[in-house]
Design a protein around this ligand. Structure first.
Ligand code: AMP
Ligand code: MG
Length: 422
């Protein structure tokens, strides 16, 4: 008998040759998740954060007709002498929404407001500040002006027939404004994906219940609820599921009839009470990924019927890390949009950070601006994957890539802001 134990690979190892990289996990997600098919027509206000289904083409020019970019005087450049000052007769006023109906002849001008249509017979607007009004109301203008001055052309913003919003675009507030500028009151968008989630664990108690010895409050369902509520998805909270095969089967079967995406937390490691794996093997197809990241190495990915299943680790910090890195991109694809990658910013580390090579680490940081408006970042104390207060105090992840072997105080690191940064 050997006098030493040869340990199996575990999440305590810095590097596991069987694990896949973060990039590879994202590639697999992108390949395997299919966008929802169904669409709905909604008033444009309700389309914020929803995914556009068909390219939107402009039914007309925006602006529809040439109009003034300034308050001033509409003239024909022909009226101006080649040099020196010309005096023009003011024949009327053009307001935004109330055009000047007549025509303007040589030697005449029309007082014009910003946004008013350019009167017939004129081809330039002279800024009020560049004109003088004489004692009997004549308008004096010098020769230093050109055709088209201060005129917004028809179609300057959007030309008739141009594609303004591509299919697959998640609509932002500016898009709603653009749709309104086209006069569109409704838009066809993809339906919202339905996301069901539950916690697993005999030790878990929901808030509002007394805490008996050996029990802890379930926090994962609440952080998940928070993150999902910020997205354009419909959510179903399936509560806490006991650590037994029958309960697991029952909840997965039910969820697969209701949801496009099922998320569980806990029960995916190799403990005796980890029933996700056997239940899934019975009900669907699954893959167990060990991803070279910390925290959050084990992730189950699979399918039950038409639903995607993502089994996140149990540790509360690992849940939030794997959600932000894998679930969020999966929801992007499911929604019919392209996968977003979080923006990275460079920041100066205010302290040394220990890190072993071979895996991506997401430490929790507090980023602030220094006196030169450059980002600097400190860690939020203890970094254990069960220490959820390290997340709630943080405003960003400090992202240390695979090859990084540690950071000295003063070194530059990448940070990834949370979308709820404060
Ligand atoms: P597991 O992967 O189920 O072994 O869980 C790993 C660790 O995370 C254990 O210490 C669990 O008690 C803890 N944990 C699992 N689920 C939750 C939850 N919903 N809320 C808080 N802690 C949890
Ligand atoms: Mg458990």
């Amino acid at each position: 008998m050997d006098d030493k134990i040869t340990p199996d690979p575990s999440c305590a190892d810095p590097f596991d040759p069987n694990s896949i990289s973060l990039a590879e996990a994202l590639e697999r997600i992108e390949q395997r998740v299919l966008p929802v098919h169904a669409c709905e027509r909604l008033p444009i206000r309700e389309c914020l954060d929803r995914v556009n289904n068909e390219a939107v083409k402009s039914p007309h020019n925006v602006p529809p007709r040439p109009n003034s970019a300034m308050d001033g005087f509409a003239i024909s450049i022909d009226s101006l002498a080649a040099s020196g000052i010309t005096e023009l007769e003011q024949i009327g006023t053009a307001y935004a929404g109330k055009p000047y109906e007549g025509s303007c002849a040589r030697g005449q001008c029309v007082s014009i407001m910003t946004g008013a249509l350019i009167p017939e017979g004129t081809d330039a607007v002279i800024m009020q500040e560049q004109a003088e009004i004489g004692d009997s109301g004549e308008v004096r203008i010098d020769s230093d002006h050109r055709v088209g001055e201060n005129i917004r052309d028809a179609g300057e913003d959007i030309e008739q027939g141009a594609t303004v919003i591509e299919a697959g675009v998640r609509l932002n507030p500016a898009d709603l404004g653009v749709l309104a500028s086209l006069g569109l009151s409704q838009l066809q968008v993809k339906r919202k994906p339905v996301v069901a989630f539950f916690s697993t664990g005999d030790e878990l108690v929901s808030v509002g219940e007394p805490l008996e010895p050996g029990k802890i409050y379930d926090s994962n369902r609440y952080s998940l609820h928070g993150m999902l509520s910020r997205m354009a998805v419909d959510i179903i909270d399936l509560g806490v599921v006991r650590d037994d095969l029958e309960s697991m089967r029952e909840v997965l079967t039910r969820a697969s009839t209701q949801a496009d995406l099922i998320i569980s937390t806990g029960g995916v490691s190799v403990g005796e009470a980890d029933y996700i794996k056997p239940a899934l093997e019975e009900l669907g197809t699954t893959e167990f990924w060990k991803i070279a990241i910390k925290p959050g190495r084990p992730l189950t990915f699979g399918q039950i019927g038409a639903s995607i299943f993502m089994g996140l680790p149990g540790n509360p910090v690992a849940v939030m890390v794997t959600f932000s890195q894998f679930v969020l991109p999966a929801i992007d694809v499911l929604s019919g949009a392209s996968m977003r990658r979080p923006a990275l910013f460079r920041a100066r580390a205010l302290e040394a950070l220990r890190k072993k090579p071979g895996r991506y680490e997401f430490q929790r940081g507090i980023a602030t601006l220094d006196e030169n408006n450059q980002w600097q970042v400190a860690r939020t104390g203890k970094q254990g994957s069960g220490i959820l207060t390290s997340m709630s105090r943080a405003n960003c992840f400090i992202v240390l890539p695979d090859e990084n072997t540690g950071v000295a105080a003063g070194d530059e690191v990448d940070i990834q802001f949370f979308d709820w940064s404060r």
